[in-house]
Design a protein around this ligand. Structure first.
Ligand SMILES: Nc1ncnc2c1ncn2[C@@H]1O[C@H](COP(=O)(O)OP(=O)(O)OP(=O)(O)O)[C@@H](O)[C@H]1O
Ligand SMILES: [Mg+2]
Length: 255
């Protein structure tokens, strides 16, 4: 049975999708069977890998909310390492309406049930969530056993993480299995003292929950996205590829 990990933060643009793509890539490189699920109607993860979900016969929307096909049938292989992606597009925005009409228990169960059907084919399922805590993201975290919280190194980091902490506590009432795998600090500008101070503050506030590895801000990460590859494939010898491998070692240790 796979470890099912949601990658979430209420705040936008903190590196959620980048984390899913690159942690996914680094996991797949070690031989783990990895499925990445795009649970964001904007389809950013799908775009990251150059998958045009609007041209696909079926997407995550049908895979989760339709009668047929199952989530396993909408999966496409990307890259060289066997990484698989379940793509999404704007159709998934309709999920919020469907979820809104459901009873709470059914709402929590529908995403979980669809993922559970495919989970035994994988070692890891990573779910890319939209920012905010819309019904779809709440249902996505209801399906997860763990959550990775990426957080940009900015002066609002600590404040943002306190909000995430409060939300996770509330989500745990509905899904008591949910635990924090780790907080991943991203986009560190190493030239600024300020970012080092932010990192120290977050470590002081959240202790062991914070991954030892911090991802720096680097154009290589964006170049990899433009090339539709995880950094470990795009530039396997780069420092940032090595850092994502280090994150993966921490994730494996925390399993
Ligand atoms: N380490 C990094 N160095 C440089 N740029 C980065 C890094 N990580 C992410 N970015 C860039 O920052 C932007 C936001 O990242 P990303 O899309 O992963 O965030 P997100 O949290 O998924 O955003 P959203 O909330 O909109 O879904 C992207 O343009 C991405 O390429
Ligand atoms: Mg995103």
């Amino acid at each position: 049975m796979a470890r099912i990990i949601g990658v979430a933060n209420q705040k936008g643009g903190v590196g959620k999708t980048t984390t899913v793509a690159n942690v996914g890539g680094a996991l797949a490189e070690t031989g783990e069977r990895v499925l990445l699920i795009d649970l964001d109607p904007r389809g950013d993860l799908s775009s990251y890998f150059g998958v045009d979900a609007s041209e696909a016969e079926a997407t995550v929307y049908e895979g989760i909310f339709g009668e047929e096909p199952g989530l396993g049938d909408v999966v496409v292989q990307v890259g060289e390492s066997g990484l698989r992606v379940a793509p999404a597009d704007m159709d998934l925005a309709g999920a919020a309406l469907l979820l809104g009409e459901m009873e709470f228990a059914q709402r929590q169960g529908v995403v979980r049930g669809a993922i559970a059907e495919v989970a035994e084919d994988y070692d890891f399922v990573l779910i890319d969530l939209a920012p905010g805590l819309e019904l779809l993201s709440v249902a996505g975290l209801g399906a997860a056993d763990e959550v990775i919280v990426p957080q940009q190194c900015s002066f609002l980091a600590l404040h943002g993480l306190r909000q995430v902490e409060a939300s996770i506590t509330r989500l745990q009432e509905a899904n008591p299995r949910l635990k924090v795998c780790g907080i991943l600090l991203t986009m560190q500008d190493r030239r600024t003292v300020h970012h080092r101070e932010v990192i120290a503050m977050v470590r002081e506030g959240f202790g062991e929950l914070v991954f030892k590895t911090v991802i720096p801000q680097t154009i290589r990460v964006q170049d990899a996205a433009i090339a539709h590859q995880p950094i470990t494939e795009y530039d396997p010898r780069s420092e940032v590829a090595e850092l994502y491998r280090a994150v993966v070692r921490e994730v494996l240790e925390r399993g």
